[in-house]
Design a protein around this ligand. Structure first.
Ligand code: GDP
Ligand code: GDP
Length: 433
């Protein structure tokens, strides 16, 4: 799991410009594989080989500027709570504003590393102007230009020095994180499960600072259930704050093996749920979708089918994901939900022996070879699963660069057909041999 860096600051100072600069290279790779670009405010970056997660907090604040003004305190507080380091961005063009001072006041009290980035310092005149930001009382600042990239190297050098080396996993047990929008029924679901306390092994409150873990044993399988809702209720943060659930989800998802994505059947699979889904997919986590509050839906024989179809459309092309219709209230199918999560966990940890992989796939490839590209024929020689914690496959061939995405999807589908990777993102690499 990588460290989290949050970029905070008022609108228009250049947060998203800087963010895009940080994640640019990697994002392009991710998108080529998944074929999707969704959440533009969250991404991975690395500097000198140190990987970290970046969140552009401004991107999660919805509504108009005056709404923003009211939200900024919360935004900063949450960012501080979730992040390992904070980049506070200000704008040399406009100089110090009241809102900057408010944020600085909050940040001065913080124990975590804060980096004051004075942005839009595109020339030496502005380097002079930047001096006024000393008065924010945050110490040394970093003059940068997000547009031309100057100064960002110094900032990143110092940033990676303070990031925690590798965040230790607390447990060797599989971790299932229950995530979703506020009020989807996450707490109810977990309470319904752990209400039957004969299954609980130990109750470790606050094992991580952002969630409550419950060690749970069911179907002869032991795992940690990570509750992202519990702490929220304790800290009494406003429940309708989407930003909050996204921040929570980021840490919980990065930290888990299987993501149990709960949604409210009466609200459907909307954009926010979709964001969380792609977050899990991009992190190569197992996913189970639970359609909760199914008791509230007026059903006929077509309801499950129609609902399933709508969700699958939203999650194209990664549609091989289990969907279970549950009610945390009446406990309908809550054990089925857990059973499914266990299956997904097993699919994610699955190792296919090279021999078997080749015996099954090579004849298929022979039957349907990659289409010729620019007059060249691609010959796939053998396939092996990489020794990673989640399924990744290398296809060795003469001309890897000539295998296009549609054919990779074809290979992925064949893998799924023959070996069952339901609920698990599968990555395919073409390698030169
Ligand atoms: P955000 O609202 O904080 O995410 O700000 P944006 O990244 O959307 O940037 C706001 C405006 O400032 C845009 O018009 C950017 O092109 C501009 N901008 C961002 N960084 C720089 C910079 O380093 N120099 C200059 N001159 N303009 C910048
Ligand atoms: P969280 O914010 O995701 O943890 O959601 P909660 O567990 O606090 O649930 C939000 C509201 O939805 C509460 O009023 C619950 O009683 C209600 N709720 C949760 N699950 C169900 C369900 O399956 N059916 C019905 N009818 N209500 C539910």
């Amino acid at each position: 799991m990588s460290a989290i860096v949050a970029i905070v600051g008022r609108p228009n100072v250049g947060k998203s410009t800087f963010f895009n600069r940080l994640i640019q290279r990697r994002e392009a790779i991710v998108d080529a594989v998944s074929g999707v670009t969704r959440d533009r405010h969250y991404g991975k970056s690395d500097w000198n080989g140190r990987e970290f997660t970046v969140i552009d907090t401004g991107g999660y604040v919805l509504g108009s500027d005056d709404v923003f003004e009211k939200e900024i305190d919360k935004q900063v507080e949450l960012a501080i709570g979730e992040a390992d380091a904070v980049i506070f961005m200000v704008d040399v063009e406009t100089g110090i504003t009241g809102m900057d001072e408010d944020v600085a006041k909050l940040l001065r009290k913080v124990e975590k590393p804060v980096f004051l980035a004075v942005n839009k310092v595109d020339n030496t005149q502005r380097l002079q102007d930047a001096v006024e930001f000393y008065s924010l009382g945050l110490g040394e600042y970093y003059p940068i230009s997000s547009i031309n990239g100057s100064g960002s190297g110094e900032l990143l050098d110092d940033l990676i020095k303070v990031l925690p080396e590798k965040i230790e996993e607390k447990s060797e047990l599989p971790r299932f994180a229950v995530v979703g929008r506020p009020n989807a029924g996450k707490s109810s679901f977990i309470n319904a499960l752990i209400g039957e306390d004969r299954y609980i092994v130990t109750d470790i409150a606050g094992t991580t600072r952002d969630s409550i873990d419950t060690r749970y044993n069911r179907f002869g399988f032991e795992f940690n259930l990570v509750d992202t809702a519990g702490i929220r209720k304790k800290s009494k943060v406003r429940e309708d704050l989407e930003f909050y659930s996204v921040m929570r989800s980021i840490r919980a998802i990065e930290h888990c093996d299987v993501c149990i994505l709960l949604l409210d059947a009466t609200r459907g699979f909307d954009g926010q749920v979709e964001n969380i889904f792609w977050l899990a997919q991009r992190n190569n986590k197992g996913i189970v979708i639970l359609v909760n509050k199914w008791d509230l839906v007026e059903k006929d024989t077509q309801s499950v089918k129609q609902y399933t179809k709508a969700i699958k459309q939203a999650i194209e092309p990664f549609t091989d994901v289990p969907i279970v219709f549950i009610s945390a209230l009446t406990k309908q199918r809550i054990y089925k939900a857990i059973e499914t999560a266990v299956e997904v966990y097993k699919n994610r940890s699955k190792r296919i022996p090279t021999r078997k992989l080749n015996d099954v796939l090579l004849p298929i490839i022979e039957q349907t070879p990659p289409p010729a590209y620019k007059g060249k024929y691609v010959k796939i020689k053998y396939i092996t699963q990489l020794p990673t914690p989640y399924p990744q496959f290398a296809f060795f061939c003469n001309l890897p660069q000539y295998v296009r995405d549609p054919y990779k999807r074809f290979l992925e589908n064949k893998l799924r057909e023959h070996f069952d990777f339901t609920g698990v993102p599968v990555t395919i690499f073409m390698r030169k041999k």
